[in-house]
Design a binder for this molecule. Sequence first.
Ligand SMILES: O=C(O)CCC(=O)C(=O)O
Ligand SMILES: [Fe+2]
Length: 288
Amino acid sequence: MTAVAARPNDFADLVDLARYPIHEPHGAGRALVEECRRQLGDTGACNLDGFLLPASVAAMAAEARGLEHLAHRTPNSRGTAYLDAPDESVAEDHPRRRLQPTSVGAIAYDLIPAASPLRRLYESPALIAFLEAALGKGRLYRYADPLGALNIAVMTQGESLLWHFDQTDFVVSILLQECERGGDFEYVPNIRTPDEENYLRVKRLLDGGRSGIVRLDARPGTLALFQGRYSIHRVTPVEGRTPRYIALLGYDTKPGTMSSDRLKQRRYGRTGPRVAGAAAAAEDRGGY
Ligand SMILES: O=C(O)CCC(=O)C(=O)O
Ligand SMILES: [Fe+2]
């Protein structure tokens, strides 16, 4: 465990600390930490409903709305469940070759203002200390990625995210705004293991089978921990005029982790600062 002191004032106005005493993972928050570990062990996911106080959900959703026009969009893309190029050496209907539609917008970290409450929560050492306790993977570090470390995914009417496995061990997300219908996060717990890809089950799922699918029941303000490397997941098509906003908080067990330039280019449409002004603003915050 780290020796980071609890600093509840980092986010006492943002998080419902009475319900989720995350600033005391070894004290009042001990039972919460144990519950998170149990849920993660059982299903690979843990949902903290009402994690954010209602006023902070509203403030963060309003902030996302104000930044939405800056989101990089990838309309009408297609990808495989493994987020790799399709493998031309296998049969056409093999999961490693199957392309699925996917479409999402992403607001990069460097576009989220210095005074943002979401940024303050993400950059708080006390939040990391809680996540270290809840995930039990030893020390955690925020991503070093100036674009992807913290980002907000925006999905509008008709957009969906393909069935896929993550290339990271876990994701921390906070739903900021839900859409009117659809936009559900669905997953199949542990459909593959480190030793068994289980292509048959993955193929059945890609063919439309519903066996084993669980829906993660998130509401605005829910913090979710999700281990997506072995549990395939997707977001169903968004319906209605209200966009779905979800904040994605990136961590790794090693310091200095960056996403590849290829991934940055695809998700954010660039690999470096957006404009000269953005670079200067980043330096003002002490750089990355
Ligand atoms: O938007 C979501 O709820 C999930 C996002 C996701 O699976 C991902 O970014 O890998
Ligand atoms: Fe994912």
